[in-house]
Ligand binder design. Structure first.
Ligand code: TSJ
Length: 636
């Protein structure tokens, strides 16, 4: 018996040591993103309990020391001795790799979050982790440090006999993470999404680092139907009603909500077992096919498409669409490097047939809505035809030919795109410094003047007449939309370099929205980056130091000594740096840090953009009030 225990202990140590040695393998990154990922891993486990039908509420608290606790009112992680491991089940969960989701329960297990890891990985990467389990009138506690059990499972107190649940409190390890500060807004985004996807579940996020504590509660009885309402809260819906269906087909539980708006762009979000599948996959393909079929079938039956009309295309029926597709499947297979693209073929069929069938009923029951959708699609079809002709014309005139480069571009000389990078720089003064600072062989500079236009509110022909946008398209060489061809990309790194102030972040948001809407594959393949200019400069004894965050500044002062060190100089804009400083801090490939933009970042930018630029005033005011401290300079 004791031998067995020792054996499993050894195995445990090896397992979690591997996580600490190569954390990136398990959580993707040890940047701020990885730090936040720890919270999602823990919350996912509580959401599983909710999906199993045993938990109705989860509270997440950010504590003053940047530790986080998560409590649910589920059954409590089992505390009995695990039949084969010989240690308490809860200890298996926290100390054995991939132990999550192995206990009965059945149903649709998420079994860990995005990277499919779980509680043991969080434990391994935490300086300390305390778990409390409330069951049978007792509080059971176990404590770990960097993955090692330092307090065996024991009852440490009493609780009401009716109380059940799990509390996990963890302190991320500063030996592992570069960034140690939690962002309320980042956590809020994902937790709200979780609440939409898991209807009825109440999720509260509390931040006790400030007085009074900040708190948001997300609770949607209407689930993804309310998600669609939320997506459209800043857009003008074509009709009030939201289409909603929930049905099971061949073991796949399919939930779809959708509504059309007067906009031109599509916003469709897909989820598999609550995981945001930002790169889509088979369920998205099924959704598109089902939508096209459902609308065409109806339009023909209702006599809204004349025989001379061609079928409405997928692009036509998706113009102005806002939709959420959420499926639950027992054995999800994820493809692609980022694991956010679904591969299961049965999902395609299930979503397509559920949607085309139920959308058909909906359209028949709501003929005036149906008519407005078909008319909108027909208008889109005609506009697309007109835009195609305009593009033809533009192409014939050579305006979008990569042979002709924009006048503002200072190009690099190397002709191998893999070696080349382009800096998109805000403002002319910074552009000048960047041109002087750059490596002429591999670094190109494209300065943009002022703000680029709102691409969501305009049709293609108008967008293509915008100088800033045209310059970018020409410089990149890829074309856009249907003509997009990544093999023609002239620079493998596209680096957005904007000021670290409100205007800079506004321009970055606009640029990301443009890239998200017109050149999605560039984001998916990881070609887009954000430069990280320093926030502070400190001069001491003829030496110059830079700091890229408050935390780094703090560390710097500790390192070089507070005594006799002058206060830091805060950089407001890139233009304040001369060429040498810009090179040293931001552009030198040997020294700089770049943030790679992923599809999630782009989507978040798109959402922020919508709130800032939409037609409706109320959401914009709400947004600006929420972000008042940063948003003082924005025109409203
Ligand atoms: F991630 C985690 F493990 F640390 C964690 C798990 C964190 C939090 C906040 C909650 C949970 C969790 C796990 N909540 N509820 C559960 N439920 C179970 O582990 C459980 C309970 C009973 C049974 C059963 O079959 O009787 C099965 C399971 C999986």
């Amino acid at each position: 018996m004791s031998n067995e225990y020792n054996e499993s202990q050894i195995q445990v140590l090896e397992g979690l040591e591997a996580v600490r040695k190569r954390p990136g393998m398990y959580i993707g990154t040890t940047s701020a993103k990885g730090l936040h990922h720890l919270v999602y891993e823990i919350v996912d486990n509580a959401v599983d309990e909710a999906l199993a039908g045993f938990c109705t509420e989860i509270v997440i608290t950010i504590h003053e020391d940047n530790s986080v606790s998560v409590i649910d009112n589920g059954r409590g992680i089992p505390i009995g001795i695990h039949p084969t491991k010989g240690i308490p089940a809860v200890e298996v969960v926290f100390t054995m790799l991939h132990a999550g989701g192995k206990f009965g329960g059945g149903g649709y297990k998420v079994s860990g979050g995005l990277h499919g890891v779980g509680a043991s990985v969080v434990n391994a990467l935490s300086k300390r982790l305390v778990v409390n389990i409330y069951s049978e009138g007792k509080v059971h506690e176990q404590i770990y440090e960097r993955g090692d059990t330092v307090q065996p499972l024991s009852a440490v107190g009493d609780c009401p006999a009716s109380q059940t649940g799990t509390l996990v409190h963890f302190w991320p390890d500063s030996e592992i993470f570069e960034e140690m500060e939690y962002s309320f807004d980042t956590l809020k985004q994902r937790l709200q999404e979780m609440a939409f996807i898991t209807k009825g579940l109440k999720i509260t996020l509390r931040d006790t680092r400030q007085e009074p504590a900040k708190e948001r509660t997300y609770h949607y009885e209407g689930g993804i139907k309310q998600f669609v309402e939320h997506i459209n809260k800043n857009r003008n819906p074509l009709f009030k009603q939201i289409f909603y269906v929930e049905a099971e087909k061949e073991g796949v539980l399919v939930e779809i909500a959708l509504q059309y708006t007067e906009e031109f762009f599509e916003s469709t979000f897909t989820f598999v077992n609550t995981i945001n599948t930002a790169e889509g996959g088979t369920h998205l393909a099924g959704f598109r096919a089902g939508l096209t079929k459902g609308i065409n079938d109806y339009a023909k039956k209702a006599g809204l498409l004349k025989d001379s009309d061609k079928n409405l295309s997928g692009d036509d029926v998706r113009e102005g669409l806002a939709a959420v597709v959420s499926i639950k499947i027992s054995d999800p297979q994820f493809e692609s490097q980022t694991k956010i693209k679904l591969g299961n073929s049965e999902a395609r069929y299930a979503v397509e047939s559920v949607l085309s069938e139920h959308l058909g009923y909906f359209l028949e029951e709501n003929p005036s809505i149906a008519k407005s959708i078909v008319e909108k699609s027909l208008t889109a079809s005609r506009a697309r035809e007109a835009a195609r002709r305009a593009r033809e014309l533009v192409r014939r005139k050579g305006v979008l030919e990569s042979a002709r480069l924009p006048g503002k571009l200072t190009d690099c000389s190397d002709r191998n795109p893999a070696n080349c990078e382009i800096f998109i720089v805000e403002g002319n003064s910074a552009g000048g410094s960047a041109i002087n600072a750059r490596l002429p062989r591999t670094q190109a500079i494209l300065p943009l003047r002022g703000k680029i236009m709102n691409v969501e509110k305009s049709r293609l022909d108008k967008i293509l007449s915008n100088e800033e946008i045209k310059s970018m398209i020409l410089a990149f060489g890829t074309g856009i939309h249907e003509d997009f061809d990544i093999s023609k990309l002239r620079y493998h790194k596209i680096i957005i370099m904007t000021d670290a102030d409100v205007d800079g972040s506004h321009i970055r948001t606009l640029l990301l929205t443009f890239l998200y809407r017109f050149m999605t594959p560039l984001i998916e393949s990881g070609n887009i980056y954000i430069a990280q200019p320093p926030l502070y400069k400190v001069d001491k004894n003829k030496k110059t130091y830079y700091a890229y965050s408050e935390r780094e500044l703090e560390r710097l002062y500790e390192e070089i000594g507070r005594e006799g060190t002058p206060p830091p100089e805060r950089y407001k804009g890139l233009g304040e740096m001369d060429a040498e400083q810009l090179w040293d801090t931001t552009m030198d490939p040997e020294k700089r840090t770049l943030l790679r933009v992923d599809i999630e970042d782009a989507r978040a930018a798109d959402e922020i953009f919508n709130q800032l630029m939409g037609d409706r005033v109320e959401p914009r005011r709400e947004f600006i009030n929420e972000h008042a401290e940063y948003a003082v300079n924005i025109d409203v």
